[in-house]
Design a protein. Structure first.
Length: 110
C-alpha cells in the first residue's frame, strides 16, 4: 500500500488557496465596460461583478423616453456583467491551474 505525503498535500492546498485569493484581489482592481445605444449608455463593472459607474450621454436624457433609457441601461449592465464573468473565469481558472472554470462556476459570487 502506498503512503502519500499529507503535509505536502496540505501545503499544495494552501498554495492554491493563496493563488485564488490573489486572483480575486486582482479582479477587484480590473474593470470591464458594457455599452448600449451606440455608446449612449456605458456601464463599468469590476472583476467582482460590482457596478462602479454608469454614464449617460446627455442626448438620451433629453429624449425623456424613460422606458427606452431603462432598456439601454439594462442592456449595458448585462453586457458588462458578461464581460466581468469572462474576466473572472479567466483569472480564477488560471490561478487554480484549471485553464478555465467549468460553465456556470465563473458566474458565482466571489
Amino acid at each position: 500500500m502506498s503512503q502519500f505525503d499529507m503535509s505536502g498535500l496540505i501545503e499544495q492546498a494552501r498554495a492554491m488557496q493563496q493563488k485564488l485569493a490573489d486572483a480575486q484581489a486582482e479582479l477587484a482592481k480590473k474593470t470591464v465596460t458594457g455599452q448600449s445605444g451606440g455608446g449612449m449608455v456605458t456601464v463599468t463593472m469590476n472583476g467582482q461583478q460590482q457596478v462602479v459607474s454608469v454614464k449617460l450621454d446627455p442626448l438620451c436624457v433629453d429624449a425623456r423616453d424613460v422606458p427606452m433609457l431603462q432598456d439601454l441601461i439594462l442592456a449595458a449592465m448585462n453586457q458588462a456583467l458578461r464581460e466581468s464573468r469572462a474576466l473572472a473565469e479567466q483569472a480564477l481558472g488560471a490561478a487554480a491551474g484549471l485553464g478555465g472554470l467549468p460553465g456556470g462556476l465563473a458566474g458565482l459570487p466571489l
